[in-house]
Design a protein. Sequence first.
Length: 256
Amino acid sequence: MRYPVQDPIFHDYTFTEADRTILDRDGHLALPGLLTPEACHRLTASLVRIQELHEAHDEPETSPQRFVAEHDEYMASLIGHPQMLALAHAVLGPEIRYDHCVGLNRRGGNKGSNWHSHAYAEERTELGFIRVFFYVNGFEMDDANLKVVPGSHLYRDRSIHAEFDKELLSGWMKGKAHPLTGEPLEMVPLAVPPGTVIIMWTHAAHGVTARRPESDTRWCVVYAYRNPGEASGARWITEAFENAGIHGTEGLMSLL
């Protein structure tokens, strides 16, 4: 077996029914400070290395930042880590697949990310897809912070896109209400401390503000898991990695 499982990455935690209610209502769930100090240390070291590889790479489609786990043994070991799988199973149920592991580092001066959602099984509500973000050193307001629209995931719309807040407000969001609460949809900017984990349903609208030029790098990696049943356009796994026999990933790596 390759890449033996590491020490705990999370402090003691159990996904509760209250957590489920928040995640299913808002489309995301923030777990502040869940990552252990040791995990943060090791994640940072790995992400520094991935960033260096990425900046030396000429082809965006094959950048190490798109295939983080294939370029770093520690990152690969977390795919089948017992705590990671316990979280993924708690949200998605017994039948899951690993989808991808992507670096989302943002250097000082990074322009951020526009508003968008992601695709998966729009017509099959029984199939879920989550992203698990590790915000190793957290983020503050207006400094590569995450922005969300609670309830947007319930529309299961893969095509949400806007360059600016006002464009989303006057476009996709206009006239829309939260399907569960009936309240008008609203944008919510987040700020989280170091070591925070955020779980997000794939159809949730989200964006990222610019990183201040004077700020250090925001270190972040996202792991994605889904219920099998349809093809995933976000599944970035090479055939060699799929068949690598990584510890703890038995039954997780195939498409269906």
